[in-house]
Design a protein around this ligand. Structure first.
Ligand SMILES: NC(=O)c1ccc[n+]([C@@H]2O[C@H](COP(=O)([O-])OP(=O)(O)OC[C@H]3O[C@@H](n4cnc5c(N)ncnc54)[C@H](O)[C@@H]3O)[C@@H](O)[C@H]2O)c1
Length: 355
């Protein structure tokens, strides 16, 4: 069978996981790379075994390339929707990094383009493909947690504003909420069975800024790091209510006076509970005794490399028509309702209710 001819647009940090995934997938071939920075695109093509790949700096030229079957979008958030729509209209399959886009309207437009095209549009909710998530999902699907009525997620960085486009609201759509919150909210929402969102109440704060005066402590920086622009929140919290009565509490930060970074994802059901992060733990009771069950698996926490490989392998399977994607456009739409609802709630100082 012929290989899926893949292109990557946006050749920065996270693209490495996409390039690496395609390089290792026996049924994919990297045929083109696009980045505003042509040298960066070329360097990635060469390093990931595709020295002959076509190099573009304009995504419109990339989507017009008839040699390309599928496109991974790893650009700034403001270009996700336009590139995804152009690629779908040109008949390409699309794997788009999280967040799907920056607004609900954009998400609906992507969903519409996907329906018209009949091609795969997969949102990069990579944590769904982690081994810890996959193991827990089996327990949940078999009813071990019962009805999950509450979830609680924190992704808190004390010093972690990546700068550059991440902190420029025009290009990112927001700060830690749209960047980190999207992962942990999606993880909870997916494991809760994707209930429909009913209302959202949130707060965002911009009080500490990017803390770029801090010395002698390193942190993750965007490919084109620049600390001068910072128009995003440094902290957000929210309570999300779902139509089935369940609720989700979340808090996230780029900057916070906190002892150390925290990543916690917990689910509570009427038969049992679970911690997905920092380590998978399944909670229950038997014979009047509470049990904390620790699965004996290689990676109790999210395994970055395995998660991305699984995501890419699944996308290629979808491109080859073997299965439907686990992360369709409609999941991006519901997520944008939650994220944009939190920003709107914070701006208005009131709960946002969906009809
Ligand atoms: N799934 C994850 O865990 C994860 C982790 C990090 C980032 N991401 C997502 O990946 C995307 C990229 O993040 P990053 O950390 O790689 O950023 P980055 O700054 O390292 O790289 C982005 C690249 O995109 C290029 N680019 C931007 N707009 C473009 C356009 N219109 N056409 C062509 N190239 C363009 C830039 O030149 C840059 O090289 C973001 O949407 C981010 O949210 C996901």
């Amino acid at each position: 069978m012929s290989k899926v001819k893949v292109a990557v647009v946006g050749a920065g940090s996270i693209s490495e996981m996409h390039f690496g995934g395609y390089e290792k997938n026996g049924e994919a071939e990297i045929v083109a790379v696009c980045d505003l920075n042509a040298e960066r695109a070329k360097e990635k093509a060469v390093r990931f075994g595709a020295p002959e790949a076509a190099i573009y700096t304009d995504y419109k030229e990339l989507v017009a390339d008839s040699n390309v079957d599928a496109i991974s979008i790893c650009t700034w958030n403001n270009s996700h929707a336009p590139i995804a729509i152009a690629a779908l209209e040109a008949g390409k399959h699309v794997l788009v990094e999280k967040p799907l886009c920056m607004t609900v309207e954009e998400a609906l437009a992507v969903q519409e383009a996907q329906k018209k095209s009949g091609k795969t549009l997969q949102v990069g909710y990579v944590r769904r493909y982690g081994t810890n998530t996959r193991v827990l999902k089996k327990f949940i699907d078999d009813g071990d947690l019962g009805q999950i009525y509450y979830a609680k997620a924190s992704c808190l960085r004390r010093l972690g504003n990546p700068g550059g486009w991440f902190s420029d609201k025009e290009r990112s759509g927001g700060g830690p909420l749209i960047d980190l919150g999207v992962h942990v909210i999606d993880l909870c929402w997916y494991l809760m069975g994707k209930p429909k969102v009913k209302s959202v109440s949130g707060n965002t704060y911009n009080l500490l800024g990017n803390r770029n005066h801090i010395e002698n402590l390193s942190f993750y920086k965007a490919s084109d790091y620049d600390a001068n622009v910072n128009t995003v929140e440094d902290m957000a919290n929210a309570l999300i209510r779902f139509e089935n009565g369940a609720s989700l509490a979340v808090d996230v930060s780029f900057s916070l006076h906190l002892k150390q970074d925290e990543l916690n994802v917990k689910l509570f059901g009427d038969k049992g509970g679970a911690e997905v992060e920092p380590e998978l733990l399944i909670l229950g009771e038997k014979h009047n005794t509470i049990l904390n069950m620790s699965p004996q698996i290689d990676h109790l926490s999210f395994d970055f490399n395995r998660g991305f490989q699984n995501e890419v392998d699944h996308f290629i399977d979808c491109c080859l028509g073997r299965t439907e994607t686990l992360c369709p456009a409609e999941d991006g739409v519901e997520m944008m309702k939650m994220l944009c609802g939190i920003y709107e709630s914070s701006a208005k100082g009131t709960e946002i209710v969906y009809s």
